[in-house]
Design a protein around this ligand. Sequence first.
Ligand code: SAM
Length: 248
Amino acid sequence: MSDNDHEAATTTPEQQTHSSRRVNALAQRIGARHYLEIGVSTGRTFRTVEMAERVGVDPRFLFDTDAVANAATRLHAMTSDRFFAEAAGTAPFDIVFIDGLHVFEQVVRDLTNTLAWTGWRSAILIDDTIPNDVFSALPSQRDALRLRKESGGKSNAWHGDVFKIAFLIHDFFPFLDYRTIVGSGNPQTLAWRAASPMRKPVFDSLERISRLTWFDLKAHDAVLRRASEQEAIDLCAQAIEARQGAAS
Ligand SMILES: C[S@@+](CC[C@H](N)C(=O)[O-])C[C@H]1O[C@@H](n2cnc3c(N)ncnc32)[C@H](O)[C@@H]1O
């Protein structure tokens, strides 16, 4: 066993990000083994995820991937679109963390591809689903930073228009249950397959959802289905555990 093989098992709670803390807690509950992270960057989250097999995808990794990759940890230097088209293999993922390009159209593709590569016992975590201000919600990072600066703001935060994905799931993916985790780090939306009570679409229009603004989000905040980290993980794990019990 090489040093690389030990990496996933030796992280401390202090080393974990809020994302890997959530992924690891969920993985333990549902016995997840196969992880995919879309958008890895420096690997702060990826490298502290404790699962048997880890796959990372990023067109521009900001660390030495050769020092981390091994038989159980695969890193693909390519876009998520290319990964799903050419390199995703056939084994379904148990947990997918979507944190690549923070533009709605890309997140729609990442989520729909993820749905094809996950199953009824999988969980999907989507990053940056609550922008912190009107600028942060703009699809262009350059516009967001420029316009905020012109208005006297100092922050460099940019969430993009990922928040629209909650509206898409709410109105068009009735087979997914979801909660948006708030109050313990960057908000993220956790989704899982579930037969749940029928939801009445809010907009019922793909075109309308694609044009939503931060003000629309404010007016329809309930669509996010806010929950604490523990509550969201519990609900997701309970739905998956019930299925595991039924299958055994
Ligand atoms: C916010 S960072 C990821 C942070 C990381 N998940 C973490 O928690 O430490 C976003 C990353 O997405 C990558 N990215 C941009 N476009 C992408 C695409 N089309 N497919 C996959 N990754 C992409 C960027 O290169 C960047 O490294």
